[in-house]
Design a protein around this ligand. Structure first.
Ligand code: ATP
Length: 281
């Protein structure tokens, strides 16, 4: 097997441990319509309309500063946490606008989880409690926490490595294990969508491959949207790709989107072709 070939094992669909007060079951489709985003009076994204199908992996690619992370944060209402930030347009989760009046951001973030660039477990908290931390914060109840901890760690590809030390602190794990712990924490609330913002950029190649394997395993259970600078990673893990670009002093826009194979092997826009072939960015 070469460096770029990874063998992924399809995990059989398993019924999820029952939660009370969690998201509705199953993966959901996300769709943005004509998203525009500002920081203060600076327009950083314009006209972003993108469908991110349920149970599939969508990769957001493009040079630094073109608005990929901003777009990702708009998808679970984290953009509004920046005081100067504003936006226009709609984000539909299974057809319902997550910005509609009366929709609570916390409820949206329960359904649309997020994993960040740098692993951020609670370092002094046990591995077990780290997995359950999101549940506690959201007031979601589970009758069989042991089963939920095992299932979440298993889905994140970490169970075998930590099953004998669940009471050890999360901070004692390696960087790659910490990132999988964060994925397990996100999966424990059984979100409908998982957003990942360059989840492997702080990790070594072996840990990166392990996370990619995890993405392949959960990508048919939960909708995934991932920002990555690594073109090989985008090709390996995603079903769809959206290429973002911001011309000088212009907001970022989606230049082209479609099946990953088409974006990499037969793009319709020359700028996409040049970017995926490493000619800029
Ligand atoms: N909190 C903020 N306040 C002001 N401007 C911001 C803020 N966050 C991002 N920006 C600006 O918005 C634009 C888009 O940034 P964003 O981080 O979304 O791009 P990106 O494509 O994710 O970049 P990278 O690949 O480097 O992470 C940039 O010009 C950036 O400087």
């Amino acid at each position: 097997m070469t460096d770029t070939e990874v063998s992924y094992v399809d995990s059989p669909a398993r019924p999820l441990v029952e939660l009370t007060g969690g998201p509705p079951p199953g993966a959901a489709e996300l769709e943005s319509r004509e998203i525009g985003a500002w920081f203060g009076d600076r327009l950083v994204l314009e006209g972003v309309s993108l469908r991110m199908p349920a149970k599939e992996v969508t990769a957001l690619i493009g040079p630094s500063g073109c608005g990929k992370s901003t777009f990702l944060r708009i998808l679970n209402r984290m953009h509004e946490l920046v005081p100067s930030a504003s936006l226009t347009g709609e984000v539909l989760l299974d057809g319902k606008d997550i910005y509609a009046d009366g929709t609570r951001p916390q409820q949206v973030r329960l359904r649309i989880g997020m994993v960040f660039q740098k692993p951020n477990p609670f370092p002094a908290m046990s591995i077990r409690d780290n997995v359950l931390a999101g549940l506690k914060l959201a007031g979601v109840k589970c009758g069989d926490k042991d089963a939920l901890v095992e299932q979440s760690l298993e889905r994140a590809g970490l169970w075998r490595e930590v099953r004998d030390r669940l009471s050890s602190p999360g901070g004692a794990l390696s960087g790659g294990q910490q990132q999988r712990l964060c994925i397990a924490r996100s999966l424990a609330v059984q979100p409908n969508v998982l957003l990942m913002d360059e989840p492997c950029s702080a990790l070594d190649p072996t840990s990166t491959r392990r996370i990619e394997q995890t993405i392949a395993e959960i990508g048919h259970e939960v909708t995934i949207v991932i920002v990555t600078h690594n073109m090989q990673q985008a090709q390996r893990v995603s079903d769809h790709c959206a290429f973002f670009l911001a011309a000088e002093n212009e907001p970022g826009r989606v230049i082209e989107h479609g099946p990953t194979d088409t974006i990499f092997n037969a793009p319709s826009d020359e700028r996409t072709h040049d970017y995926v072939n490493g000619r800029f960015g």
